[in-house]
Design a protein around this ligand. Structure first.
Ligand code: ZN
Length: 333
């Protein structure tokens, strides 16, 4: 019996000394880990194609940023083609080792082939100019179309994907460089008027130095007489459709019928006496010739958009002794 008790006691002593030992090991481990974590921390060492490029603590965040950039690009960068992706290995490093996610990102960006996306303006299928966005490319083509550039059918744009980035030009200078002014065959403006000669029986609504005036066309006033940033507008613009017959504002003698080199295109000038002259610009057709006598309301021309014009309208001037008056003092009040 005593032998058994002794035996149990010795087991207890043995367990107690073992527990002490385990306890000491735990304390020592905690102390060592604590000391290590004061000086060291876990980081990822990043290598690209075997070459060390930096440290990061947040591997998934960095890789996500890289993936997004490679796939979606930025600005004119469409995407980047990299042969190898970075490799990460976890290690314990002294805390004073700097992480440098931005540098790693730049190094990976530069390691790949960059594909740019931009737009070329083509003339006769040849790349002439480059712009950054599709909107810029469309603007160039649309504005040249609006300006009736004669080469419009030779112009186009296309999207470029290239490893080479070209120099971009601003849309205004491209438009100026590509614009080709429409050439007007002057002789073709003369036409024979086939309808009733007198197209307006209106009674004069105003007098200028005794000369009664009627409206040559009816339409919408799109530009009034007066000072403009580009100079002064010496007449009144009345917009109506191309081909609308223009009536002489009063009887008189045609002093000019032909092409006006100052921007009025196909143009007619009539002298009414007493120093009063009327001018009709941008016509598509001319029905009278210089020296011809006309009556008030007689068909003299057809509305057009020739010369310096952006759309069909009649440019009407009333001059007294050569000085342009505001036509709205008399007509279209
Ligand atoms: Zn005008």
């Amino acid at each position: 019996m005593l032998k058994i008790l002794k035996g149990i006691k010795s087991i207890f002593v043995h367990i107690r000394s073992s527990l002490k030992f385990i306890f000491l090991i735990i304390i020592a481990t905690v102390l060592i880990v604590g000391m290590i974590s004061l000086v060291y921390r876990p980081m990822y060492s990043v290598t690209l194609d075997g070459e060390f490029i930096g440290y990061t603590t947040n591997k998934s965040k960095l890789q996500k940023r890289i993936n997004e950039y490679l796939e979606n690009g930025d600005g004119n960068i469409a995407f980047i083609d990299v042969e190898k992706l970075p490799e990460y290995s976890l290690c314990l490093l002294k805390k004073d080792n700097q992480t440098n996610d931005d540098e790693i990102f730049e190094k990976i960006k530069n390691s790949g082939t960059t594909y740019y996306e931009y737009y070329a303006i083509l003339e006769k299928s040849k790349e002439k100019y480059y712009v950054s966005t599709k909107k810029d490319a469309e603007d160039v083509i649309n504005k040249l179309k609006e300006k009736k550039s004669t080469n419009i059918n030779d112009l186009a744009y296309s999207q470029i994907h290239s490893t080479e980035l070209k120099e971009f030009k601003d849309t205004d200078s491209i438009i100026t460089a590509l614009y080709e002014k429409p050439k007007v065959v002057i002789a073709s403006a003369y036409a024979t008027y086939s309808g009733e000669r007198i197209v307006s029986n209106a009674t004069p609504s105003a007098q200028v130095l005794g000369i009664g005036l009627i409206k040559p066309v009816s339409g919408i006033i799109t530009s009034r007489f007066g000072i403009r940033s580009s100079g002064s507008h010496k007449g009144l613009d009345i917009a109506t459709s191309t081909g609308t017959t223009v009536a002489a504002a009063a009887s008189g003698t045609v002093t000019f019928s032909g092409w006006d080199t100052y921007g009025l295109g196909n143009c007619i000038k009539i002298s009414h006496g007493n120093g009063v002259t009327t001018v009709y610009g941008h016509c598509s057709k001319l029905y009278v010739t210089s020296g011809q006598k006309v009556s008030a309301g007689e068909a003299i021309a057809a509305v057009g958009s020739t010369g310096n014009s952006t759309g069909p309208h009649l440019h009407l001037e009333i001059r007294v002794n050569g000085v342009a008056q505001n036509p709205q003092l008399y007509l279209y009040k």
